[in-house]
Each structure stands twice: as C-alpha cells, then as structure tokens.
Design a protein around this ligand. Structure first.
Ligand SMILES: [Cu+2]
Length: 497
C-alpha cells in the first residue's frame, strides 16, 4: 500500500471528521470560501421545522452496535452487528413521525449510522467528516429526525467497511393513507457475506488496493462479468444471505394460498447486485426506493446495492423458492415460501424465473402522483465516474474522496445530474437526503444502477439544505474514492460574504 493510500484511509476512518468538525456548527465557515450551508446551519434547522407538526408522534428506540457471534445457518461467524442479530432491528414509523434512536457504540472503533434514502435533516444523516463527528468507541449518540416520506428504507454505518460486516437494519415508514390492498408483508434483506470466514472486509479492501503493487500489471484484471451490467463485482463472497441465513438453513415465510403479500426487498450487499425471483410466481413491482411506480409484472428483478423494491405476489399452493442470484457471480441466496404441504425445493438457486423477464429500476415508469413537476433545469452538474482494478481506484470527475470538488447547488433550484460512466463496471449511485427522478422515466429513486459505459440523467429539487454525500454504493468503490458531496451554497448576494 502506498503512503498516499494509508494517508487517505486514515483520513476516512476518523481524523477527517475531527478536522472538519470545527466548520460544522458555524454556518458557512468551512472549506471552499465560506458560503456552504453546513449541517449545523439555521437553514437545516428551518427545513426540519417545516417537517414537524403539532402533536407529532415520537417513536423512540435503542440500539447497540457490538461484536457478535452469529449463526448464518451452518456457519457461525464472529462479526459486528446491531443487537447481536443479522439483520439488525426493523424500525417502523408513520410518515411525519419523529424517530429517535439512542445508539450505543460497543465496537472497538468509531462508527456512525446513515438512514439510507430518508429525506431528513442534514445533521442526522450520519456521515462522519461531512455531517457529524464519528461516534467514538464506547460512546453514545442519539439520532432524532422526522421521517417525511413513506417507504422501505434501511440503515447502516457510513464508516469504513462496516456495512460489509453485519451492521444493517430496516426502516419502514408507513403511509397512513395507503389502501393496503395486501394481506401480509414480508421483509427480505439480501447480503453478500465474507466477515468471519477468514477475512474481514477491511482485509479484502487492502488486498484489492495493494494488488497492483503486489502482482504488477496484467493479472487479476478479470472481474465478475454480466452481459447486462458489464463488470458485475470485485469480490467473490463465500456466502450469500437472505435475512441473515445461507441456503443451508433458509428462512421460511408462511402464508395461505391466494393471499396477496407485499414483499419489501432490500439489497444490503456491498459488492453484489442480485437477481430476485419467486419460483412458480410472477411479481408485481409497486415501489422503487420507497416511492410508487406504475405496477409492473415481471418474473425477476435486478437489485443493486442500496436499492429497495416492493413487490406484491399472489401466493400459490405449495412450497416455493425465493431466490437471490448474485449477478455475474457463482452461488446464491435462498429462502422458502410455504403455503401448503410438499417438500422443500432443491437449494440449487436455479428456478427458471431467474432467467425469464427481468426488470431494473431504470425499466419502470413512475406513478404520476410522485412525478417531479415540470420545471426548467436551473443547473446541470456533470458526474464522470471512472476507475478500474489496476490500480484499484475509483473516481468522480477525476478525483478521489476526500480530494473531491463539491458539486454546488442553491436551495430552490431544479438540478440535473448527468452521470457518465466511463468504466466497464456498473455503479449503483446513491444521493443522500433526496429522492431524484430519472430524467427518462420520472421514476423516483435515491440509488440507481448505472451500467458499464452507460450514461444516465437524473433530476432533483434542491429542497433539503446541507452537505450531502453522493457516492457509489459499492462500498469497496466508495472507500477507494468514488464519493463526492452535493453541497448547498448560499447565493453570492447572500449575507455571508
Ligand atoms: Cu462503483
């Protein structure tokens, strides 16, 4: 590893947070000339005040992050988890409620929690060095924010490689006005797993980053490939999980024939897109990253890291495999759906639906109720994303975080992000604090797959002031530089000069 890499990674793991934190509480006194709207600013407080209502319900929960011994089904591993379980807890609010979570950090290192997809107050977004100080080992932190929009969300650390251990849980924001035309609901969390099987995610990252030096050019350039995505991943995982279990001990969902079930699917993986299908069934996709889409019937669904989809199924009679096949990689994850008698299907992860009609988020169309209104784009920002295995370095606009140039916006603007993928690898690009609309279809998302060599435009309203991470949700890429900041800035005529 080069000294520059060591330097950068130390920055990411802590000292950047300490260095930058002085700027957080004083409005606009920070990097880049003194006009950024920081997480501790009056604008951020004002935005949160608008979300609050008289008599707002408070949902109060507690959670501890700690080392844990976890049984994945035939494999017991030492890892890090919330509440000693993988996945961690499910938190549930109604739209408009205040969520308060007291977090105790019993890990041997600092951590943070990012509430992925939630359009929340910037100072609770959980990104050390950008929105808060790291939560030190042995200390506590309370997250408290309004959950404005219904949907399926999840949470995880925004610290180093911690997400690729067992630190993740689900946040469901219910819609009090929903018709609720389903009989039951299941939460399905997908994960790619290596921790405790001989290598930690940090060791895998070190290996990827030092590969060039160790092996010279020409070797180890073959990534996992998918005709659909291009290069499909960098890490071969020994296990793939649904709700924390390998196919040797699959979780079983039970229901009755004819029931309609809403399945909320979350990809908590770090380097793996999954093809999901339910044997013997077609699925109707109803929501993408929490927001409604026009119902789309499909056999299989491709889910990138950080994406969530809700589907409904009408259950048949028998026992069926719910399969999650890692795109371009061997192996798979399995759970079972049981509504009647019969033997469990073979755990071969090869139900034919996986290879029938497949949709991605970019194939869907938006429910008109959540389409962004028609407005002229006030500002277009280019995001050229690039990089490769040799050296293992991933960039946005030519720079690696934290050497990035922030993308500046002004509150109230309609902003277009023009994402240009110059690499052969797919990248699920995630913006904090906003749900953009795909320019082509209007579909609202906060995480979107950009395939190898693909270009994609997304639009957003700059209506949530603060400093927002914008990064690839391949955690190995994000930790190797593929991150920048969407930075709200006061207009030049403002009071802060
Ligand atoms: Cu990436």
């Amino acid at each position: 590893m080069t000294s520059r890499q060591i330097d950068r990674r130390n920055l990411l793991r802590g000292s950047l947070g300490v260095l930058a934190i002085g700027a957080l509480d004083s409005c606009g006194v920070g990097f880049g000339g003194g006009s950024e709207i920081g997480p501790g600013s009056s604008e951020v407080r004002a935005a949160e005040r608008l979300r609050r209502t008289a008599g707002q319900r408070v949902v109060h929960r507690r959670m501890t992050a700690s080392p844990a011994t976890v049984d994945l089904g035939g494999t017991t591993v030492e890892t890090w988890a919330y509440g000693d379980a993988v996945p961690g807890p499910v938190f549930r609010t109604r739209a408009g409620d205040l969520l308060r979570v007291d977090v105790t950090n019993a890990l041997p290192t600092s951590t943070s929690i990012h509430w992925h997809g939630v359009a929340m107050r910037n100072d609770m977004d959980g990104v050390p060095g950008i929105t808060q100080k790291p939560i030190g080992a042995g200390t506590k932190f309370t997250y408290e924010f309004t959950t404005p929009d219904p949907g399926t969300y999840f949470f995880h650390p925004h610290t180093g490689m911690q997400l690729d251990r067992g630190l993740y849980g689900v946040l469901i924001v219910d819609d009090p006005h929903e018709r609720g035309d389903y009989d039951d609901e299941w939460i399905v969390v997908l994960d790619d797993w290596i921790d405790g099987t001989g290598q930690t995610p940090d060791e895998v990252l070190d290996e990827l980053q030092s590969m060039a030096g160790m092996m010279g050019g020409g070797m180890m350039t073959e990534q996992f490939r998918s005709p659909l995505l291009g290069a499909a991943g960098d890490v071969e995982y020994p296990r793939y999980l649904i709700n924390g279990k390998t196919p040797r001990a699959p979780v079983t969902f039970t229901g009755k024939p004819g029931q309609r079930v809403r399945i909320r699917i979350v990809n908590a993986g770090s380097d793996t897109a999954f093809r999901v299908a339910l044997g013997g069934h077609r699925m109707t996709v109803t929501h993408s990253d929490g927001f409604p889409v026009n119902p789309e019937v499909t056999d299989a669904l491709l889910i990138g890291m950080g994406e969530r989809f809700d589907v409904t199924v009408k259950l048949g009679d028998g026992v069926f495999p719910l399969v999650a096949k890692p795109e371009g990689k061997p192996g798979g994850a399995l759970s079972l759906v049981r509504t009647g008698g019969g033997r469990a299907p073979n755990a071969d992860m090869e139900t034919p639906e996986v290879r029938r009609r497949l949709v991605l988020g970019t194939d869907l169309t938006t429910d008109s109720a959540v389409r962004l209104d028609r407005r002229d784009v006030a500002r277009t920002l280019d995001l050229v994303i690039a990089g490769g295995m040799m050296p293992y370095r991933w960039t946005i606009n030519g720079a690696t975080f934290p050497h990035h140039k922030p993308l500046y916006v002004i509150q109230g603007e309609r902003v277009r992000l023009r994402i240009r993928n110059r690499s052969t690898m797919f990248h699920p690009m995630h913006l904090h604090g906003h749900t953009f609309g795909l320019s082509a279809s209007g579909v609202r998302k906060d995480t979107v797959i950009v395939r190898g060599r693909q270009s994609l435009d997304v639009d957003l309203d700059a209506d949530n002031p603060g400093q927002w991470a914008l990064h690839c949700h391949n955690i190995y890429h994000a930790e190797s530089g593929m991150m920048t900041v969407l930075s709200y800035r006061r207009p030049a005529s403002g009071h802060d000069r």
